[in-house]
Design a protein around this ligand. Sequence first.
Ligand code: SF4
Length: 364
Amino acid sequence: MDRSLYVEFARRSLGGEELDGASCQRILSDASLDILSLLDAAYEVRKTYFGQEVRVHILNNAQNGHCQEDCHYCAQAKSSKADIEEYGIKSDEEMLQEGRQAYAKGASCYCMVFAGRGASQSRIERLKRVLSAIKTEFPDKEICVSTGFVSNEGAVELKKAGLDRLNHNLNTSEAHYPNICTTHTFADRLNTLLAAKAAGLRVCSGMIVGMGENHADIIDVARRLRALKAESIPVNLLVPIEGNALSPQESGLTPDFILRVLCLFRFLNPSSEIRVAAGREMHLRSMEVMALYPANSLFLQGYLNAKGVSNTRTLQMIKDAGFSIKSEVDLDELLGRQESQQDAITNGSKALLKTIKELRPSIQ
Ligand code: SF4
């Protein structure tokens, strides 16, 4: 394949043109399109808007479990038998403290996630208190909240309290939605995003790839998010969790395909923050770092009910590939902090083991 086709994808994307359906299909499935050339073209677009910078996000469950919805991919769904630790909403101080820790670890955005169908008025009131406490302490940092459906009035109140972004993923296409959830619809999701936009909030909305969708579904979501002008787009890769309605065998994802999906999202959403989100370590394996050529953002420290790799490994990967992070703290300094924390944990464990052995000499 000569270079002109890849150059053309980048040129059209940068020129504000929406790629046609046939081109989108080719990006996802034409094996004669070389993945390195596709990544190179997507990187041209990424570089134009974000240079070498990687935005780091940290997610925290402000509450876990007890959800009456049945999203088939979620360990907190009423339909899931996954063995998770369930707990109610954390205290205001705990949420504030987790925000402080996230920013100290280099996060440019801290995301608080609440389970459940939607934000009741009492939750909105609670959120307003926490948001204004975090914003008072960190006026220049971004805060994102994921709290299910939000009404027009609720979105306005959250915006006034200092919220920067509202997360509400489309997850999959309208056509595929009934296969992944029966307790709410794609239109319900879209309405919350429209409410957020109308309130002047930035929107974080993405998809989960690997839930039995076809290529047209993926293209549809990428286009919907383009039409919505979503500022932030997490591309999650299904993390199979034992006990969830979606079976652990179901995803069928390969590194090559995932990279193509990320390129497609970049071409269709050139100036959006594209995040290689949940499941990057598991599904991309040795190709993980390549995701940073189309994507300019990732999660540090794992994903709600699924573990990620260590922070040190992720930060080191960013550094090794020649990228920087969006933070006032230098990447080397952050790596040093992680290492000293790890040393403290290791030394603490060694000291504990030594004490146990002294008390019980039979332990080896
Ligand atoms: S994704 Fe949200 S709404 Fe759906 S089951 Fe999980 S916690 Fe509930």
